[in-house]
Design a protein around this ligand. Structure first.
Ligand code: AMP
Length: 266
């Protein structure tokens, strides 16, 4: 496994990979089983897999969230190596933003809703860095988690409208035994708060009115940023003290025919 921290060096390597199928997994590091599932899939489906580790400052709207974002490079490299990653692209902010973020990608509708409404500018940062990484890595396939469903939908949309020749592969959310979606920020939860956090997914996907769900979460002590149905998905974001959790599910239904159709489609 090679670790590359120079764009110049990466471009030289990329030229030697013309005959390979290139799978790409962009991350902010602090790898867990969620990231590993994306990497495993890429390794399975491509001859070469590139992992990027870059804590992208432009997608943080909260300076505290950025400064305390966990950095565990050595452990990340061990995980990547054990899985069979070929290259780790590890750029710094000056390399990724030689323009100091004068240029950015902005989507003007969906990105202002849900997460975007509570984290202004977040998706500008995400889309901008993902486009830059796509232009550098030049992958055939790129892997994104359904845990960040709004991000995934926006990236799929960007790829389509900007005519990028990249296949976006959605990967299912990996959860711990309690049902809580794995996230790098979960480690900031105390034991009691982790127990509380594990109730969030079940309540979010319960077959109740949105107001009732919001009420139930608030009564338990969550600060609810939003619980909303959008398209075919239910999205939710809550805070426990300073830790923010997001999750999403297919909108639950009691309609038997829909349930049957879903089973049939699998
Ligand atoms: P991050 O490092 O948090 O920016 O995440 C990098 C990629 O891993 C994104 O595509 C995330 O959606 C994905 N990811 C993060 N957590 C999970 C999870 N629990 N299950 C599946 N994918 C995940």
């Amino acid at each position: 496994m090679q670790i590359i921290d120079s764009i110049h060096e990466w471009k030289k390597i990329r030229e030697t990979l013309q005959n390979e199928s290139i799978g790409f997994v962009p991350t902010m590091g602090n790898l867990h089983a969620g990231h590993a599932s994306l990497l495993k899939r890429s390794i399975h489906e491509n001859s070469t897999t590139i992992l990027s580790i870059f804590v992208n400052p432009t997608q943080f709207n909260d300076a505290n969230d950025l400064s305390r974002y966990p950095k565990t490079l050595e452990a990340d490299l061990d995980i990547a190596k054990d899985l069979g990653v070929d290259y780790v692209f590890f750029p710094n902010t000056d390399m990724m933003y030689p323009d100091k973020y004068r240029y950015k990608v902005t989507e003007n509708a969906f990105s202002a809703q849900l997460e975007g409404q509570h984290r202004p500018g977040h998706f500008d940062g995400v889309l901008t860095v993902v486009l830059k990484l796509f232009n550098l890595i030049k992958p055939h396939k790129a892997y994104f988690g359904e845990k960040d469903r709004q991000q995934l939908l926006l990236i799929q949309d960007m790829v389509k409208v900007l005519f990028l020749d990249i296949e976006i592969i959605p990967c299912p959310t990996i959860r711990d035994a309690s049902g809580l979606a794995l996230s790098s920020r979960n480690q900031f939860l105390s034991i009691e708060n982790k127990l509380l956090a594990s109730r969030f997914p079940a309540i979010l996907q319960s077959n109740k009115a949105l107001e009732e769900i919001i009420g139930q979460l608030s009564n338990l002590g969550f600060v609810v940023d939003y619980v909303e149905d959008y398209g075919q998905y239910r999205f939710g974001a809550v805070k426990i003290q300073s830790v923010r959790l997001i999750d999403n599910f297919d909108i639950p239904t009691t309609d038997d025919s829909v349930v049957r159709r879903r089973v049939y489609e699998q």
